[in-house]
Design a protein around this ligand. Sequence first.
Ligand SMILES: Cc1cc2nc3c(=O)[nH]c(=O)nc-3n(C[C@H](O)[C@H](O)[C@H](O)COP(=O)(O)OP(=O)(O)OC[C@H]3O[C@@H](n4cnc5c(N)ncnc54)[C@H](O)[C@@H]3O)c2cc1C
Length: 370
Amino acid sequence: MLAEIDVAIIGAGIIGLAAAREIAQGKKGLFVFEKNRTFGLETSSRNSEVIHAGIYYPEDSLKAKLCVEGKNLLYKLCDKHNIAYKKCGKIIVAADENEINWLEELYEQGRKNGVDDLVLLSRTEVKKLEPNIEARAGLLSPSSGFFDSYNLLKFLYSQAREKGTEFVFGTEVTGIERAGAKYKVQIKDRDGISDFAAHIVVNCAGLHSDRIAQLAGIDIVKAGYKLHYCKGEYFSLDSKYKNLVSRLIYPPPEQAGHGVHWRQALDGRVLLGPSAHYVEAIDYVVDETHKQYFCNSAKRFIPFVELEDLAPESAGIRPKLQGPEDDFRDFVITHEEKAGFPGLINLIGIESPGLTASLAIARYVGRIMS
Ligand SMILES: Cc1cc2nc3c(=O)[nH]c(=O)nc-3n(C[C@H](O)[C@H](O)[C@H](O)COP(=O)(O)OP(=O)(O)OC[C@H]3O[C@@H](n4cnc5c(N)ncnc54)[C@H](O)[C@@H]3O)c2cc1C
């Protein structure tokens, strides 16, 4: 007979950890399976660590709702548990008339989403707040900031453990099969392959979440779950730029990302990025030939930045449901009961603002499970 557990969460990124902490309370036999040697080694540690306000996304989308809710939960949790953050605010800057129109649209979109502290800024007002920035106009978002995401991961991991979650690292889920009211889950670790039975499977597998859904028997093309990988690279700037800006500085958003922005990390380094280009495979190499593009992006608003001031820093990959030619796609967070898979919860396409929204996503998962 197969060993039996209540809940199997696949993936120990920020979403799997937050979900485990949320669900652990009421469930015995909650296990998190992670193919890497520890938690948070993929997208959750390869991002901008920005706490987004919730401006960009269509009204009533999960991205908008969970970002606004998640932002508030995250600031509260950081305060309560001494996780470092800076609510420094952000200015989205416009360089020409076209972009000024975008700012006005973003202002309206943000207000519809419940971001009610946005302020449109004139050129003079931008200059007053950020003397080194050249812009025709700006949109100030006071509730944006950035935080220490590693300490959040660590905190969620230890809370989930305290509540009884078992973490199984170095273990890849390689098969999922409906077996009556349960799922037979196949895992591979250094001792080989084995199976167990789970009543509930929560798919938090990030870049591989479409594959997990497919393993469970879902037609991911028909369901619209096929992921596209979109790489974002970062370059760091010479330390002489350390105190050049005091807020996050963003250009108007691009089709696939929020635009190459300018921010200070908690350790003082100034980072530019992420860019956004679709790729076929996962690799985290920063292509040095992209330096000129980053330099040009920075120069639009800070003209005295020079090419030699930039050094390659890091890269992350967005798990996007939206392909290069597609319109907006929302997070998929769904109990697949209606598709014939009771007890299977899929989280697919959890790209930005997934970090900001993580605590709200976990609550949402808790609700759809009960
Ligand atoms: C460049 C970039 C910048 C970003 N910036 C921001 C930002 O500033 N603010 C923000 O809010 N969001 C941001 N995001 C989004 C945010 O980082 C993600 O939404 C979030 O980290 C997703 O977390 P996750 O747990 O779903 O995925 P992951 O962190 O990738 O975790 C998934 C885990 O599942 C494991 N796994 C996969 N398959 C299996 C398997 N078969 N068996 C066992 N384990 C498996 C993986 O090893 C991995 O550890 C950014 C993303 C990128 C790429």
